[in-house]
Design a protein around this ligand. Structure first.
Ligand code: NOJ
Length: 754
């Protein structure tokens, strides 16, 4: 959608097959024939039973968390040299309770870095470690948006904006697939809450335009720009039809409109139909077999599912297996292998440094003076540290460098510590130091949404007590997303560190002392309170009515003229930047618009700035006031200026027309705004678009025989009788959304308080 000059290429374009000798029994292995030909060769020799064996997993509930195996396995077929598919979480490193892996910062920390090159490095680490563990399908990245800050999996998203999400997902996908793995983008679509997931009450009621403009574009980027091999459908229902048997999402949009030729996997125990799921476009059941084993066979035998559909499912699975070299270059690692390395830890540290957002720095309380004394306050600086959020994206660290350890190792002056358990004592420790840094944390997890966005009372009171004792107080937030800050006016500094992974302590010390100049920007709005958020009423969250429509994230705050606590795109630095010389347009013959802007470091330290480009449509398009359409991070020495160039294509100026079911670029006057946050856009320029054109094909109609809902009543009853364990697990998924999971262990070597 948007090409930016100087875009960092991930440097990976697909695995090359090693020149394996052609096996006479399996001539498709090591063959240089086109993928499609090799797929045909295999397909023509598969029996129906073998085909059915390729479209489902072979595991049960407990395998998901069993560190000696994988979240999902599709068994090998040695007769035809078809290797096993081993599917592994997660989105922030290898999950599933495996040890010997690197705990990377959470995806929303990566998003806060606004850096495509770093996203490629992140994907490289994830896929190298998965490979080392013997997995060949990486279950990520997550492309769901952080619609509401209470969502349990907000930390696992790339923020609240579709453009930022797509831009950072693509280099990750390319990196994963470049390492010879299959990436699985998830969860299609509008899966934005945990409450009552996998039940008909977890139903997103969302209009077509909102789906197309907000919740689907990152998947389109993943398909068109990332060439993603597989997609996971979500736990939620969408407009009354479960996402995993949703013809509109799977067949009309993903496969039809976007041209996706890979396979769709069900989220774990997310199947509510067998015949209808196959006919709607689902290609693989996970982690078990019943719906797409016994029940699908019954559907085929009864003529309810065509044999050609089963062939299509198998074809879609074999295609990426050939494209990624999985036949020729099989993974050889094992679940117990140690795959972390100093190089991977360095990436974890780099992401934490680049992704930690400086939100406040009054009276230059930061960077800390090299030899001043520091009081480190709070259990979250020691044993209570959270390197990773919970659920399938949870990753075990070999050990976590705690903030106290990192600061103690870096500081030139005296460092004291108090765990904050006794506020009066903590205040007196803080008072005796030059600066007090208070560390607080809030747990967030898959399976349960948070009831609020407040820190605990104890943490808020601790911050108040410390800041009353020492005016030079800095707060570091170790949370899955936005929290309220009732004490904001009493403290001089605030960092949002998210769940920063195993190198947290080193990264935060580097930022506090100015060895790293902060450059991160918020990928999600921080509201003043829940009364400001787009889905504030129960009907919207967790009720599932997406009646805020297009006004998600900053679009809402702009539309409603609300002043959030900290806006989307905001983040401070220890130097200053200015932007000047904006040029935009005119519209070229190919429909593109060139935009240029000079970014200057006007301060005294080297640092990076993110130039952000927002577009305003003519009022008649009915868009929220401003939409992010481009960003570029530039590294600048003091006094240095660089010209940043963006190319907006015709699609960037388009809106979704729900009558025509396609993207339309309207004629009219658009405004291009550039600055360093969604609320600080000092430069604007007008672009006149002369003609109205369609910029996409319309969404194709449903394929013949595709369902509009789930299985028939008799089919559902037969499913229940044949697959009682699947139904039980499905029910359990909904139940855990009410109960939640406890905080997982953060490291195999637990961090201790000093
Ligand atoms: C459920 C989660 O929603 C999904 O993201 C994950 O990949 C699977 N479980 C497998 O663990």
């Amino acid at each position: 959608m948007l090409a930016v000059a100087g875009l960092v290429a991930s440097g990976v374009t697909g695995a090359t097959a090693s020149a394996a000798p052609v096996d006479e029994a399996c001539p498709w292995v090591g063959s240089t024939a086109p993928v499609e030909h090799r797929v045909d060769q295999v397909l023509s020799r598969l029996t129906q039973a073998e085909k059915l064996g390729l479209v489902h997993g072979s595991g049960g509930l407990l395998d998901v968390l069993n560190p000696t195996t994988y979240a999902g396995i599709v068994k090998a077929f040695p007769r035809l040299c078809i290797p096993q598919l081993s599917l592994s979480d997660g989105t922030a490193g290898v999950g599933g309770g495996k040890t010997g892996v690197t705990q990377l910062p959470a995806p929303n920390s990566l998003a806060a870095a606004w850096d495509r090159g770093l996203a490629a490095e992140y994907g490289d680490v994830v896929s190298a470690e998965m490979r080392g563990k013997g997995a060949n399908v990486a279950l990520g990245p997550t492309l769901d948006l952080a619609r509401d800050p209470r969502a349990g999996r907000s930390y696992e998203t790339l923020g609240e904006d579709p453009e930022l999400t797509g831009a950072l997902a693509v280099p990750q996908i390319r990196a994963i697939q470049g390492n010879g793995l299959i990436a699985q983008a998830k969860h299609l679509a509008a899966y934005n809450q945990e409450a009552l997931r996998d039940t008909p009450l977890g139903n997103a009621v969302v209009d077509e335009r909102t789906l197309q403009e907000i919740y689907l574009p990152a998947f389109e980027d993943a398909v068109r720009d990332g060439d993603v091999d597989s997609v996971m459908c979500g736990y939620n229902f969408v407009n009354g039809v479960h996402a995993c048997n949703n013809t509109y999402l799977l067949s009309q949009v993903l496969k039809g409109q976007f041209g996706f030729d890979g396979f769709v996997t069900s989220d774990w125990f997310a199947m509510h139909a067998s015949v209808a799921a196959a006919n709607a476009g689902l290609d693989m059941q996970m982690p078990g077999s019943c719906y797409f084993g016994t029940r699908l066979k019954a559907g085929l035998d009864a003529g309810q599912v065509r044999a050609s559909r089963l062939d299509d499912m198998v074809r879609r699975i074999l295609r990426p297996m050939f494209a990624r070299g999985i036949f020729e270059n099989p993974v050889t690692g094992t679940p117990d292998a140690v795959v972390t390395s100093p190089a991977h830890a360095a990436v974890a540290r780099g992401v934490a440094e680049q992704g930690t957002v400086l939100l406040k720095n009054e009276q230059n309380v930061l960077p800390l003076p090299a030899s001043g004394s520091v009081a480190v306050i709070g259990n979250a600086a020691g044993a209570g540290v959270l390197g990773s959020g919970g659920g399938s994206a949870h990753v075990l660290a070999p050990s976590i460098v705690t903030p106290y350890q990192g600061i103690a190792a870096r500081a030139g002056g005296q460092v004291s510590f108090d765990d904050g358990g006794d506020r009066a004592r903590a205040a007196s420790v803080a008072k005796a130091a030059g600066t007090a840094v208070v560390f607080v944390a809030k747990w967030s997890s898959e399976s349960k949404d948070n009831g609020d966005i407040a820190l605990s009372d104890a943490d808020n009171k601790l911050i108040e007590a410390v800041s009353a004792a020492n005016p030079n107080t800095v707060v570091v937030l170790n949370t899955g997303g936005p929290v309220t800050m009732p004490w904001l006016n009493q403290v001089r500094g605030v960092f949002a560190a998210w769940y920063p992974g195993q190198e947290y302590g080193n990264a935060i010390a580097s930022l506090l002392y100015g060895d790293t100049n902060p450059s991160a920007k918020l990928p999600i709005t921080f509201p003043t309170g829940l009364d400001q958020v787009p889905a504030k009423d129960f009907a919207r969250f967790p009720g599932g009515q997406y009646s805020e429509g297009l006004a998600v994230g900053y679009r809402w705050y702009d539309q409603q003229k609300l002043n959030p606590l900290f806006p989307f795109g905001f983040g401070l630095s220890y130097t200053d930047f200015s932007v000047a010389g904006l040029t935009a347009g005119p519209v070229a013959a190919d429909g593109t618009v060139s935009v240029g802007v000079d970014v200057t470091n006007t301060g005294t330290r080297a640092g990076a700035e993110v130039a952000q480009l927002y577009l305003s449509h003519p009022a008649s398009d009915g868009e929220p006031p401003r939409l992010l359409k481009g960003f570029e991070k530039v590294q600048l020495n003091p006094g240095e200026t660089k010209r940043v160039r963006f190319t907006l294509d015709a699609r960037a100026f388009s809106h979704w027309d729900s009558t025509l079911h396609q993207w339309i670029r309207s004629a009219g006057d658009y405004t291009v705004s550039v600055g360093d946050s969604s609320r600080h856009l000092p430069l604007t320029s007008s672009v006149r678009v002369p003609t109205t054109i369609a910029t996409s094909v319309p969404t194709p109609p449903a394929p013949q025989g595709a369902p509009t809902g789930g299985d028939s009543v008799s089919g559902i009853l037969a499913n229940l009788v044949s697959c009682p364990d699947e139904a039980l697990f499905t029910g359990l998924t909904g139940l855990t959304s009410l109960l939640g999971l406890p905080p997982g262990p953060q490291a195999t070597i637990p961090p201790a308080n000093p």
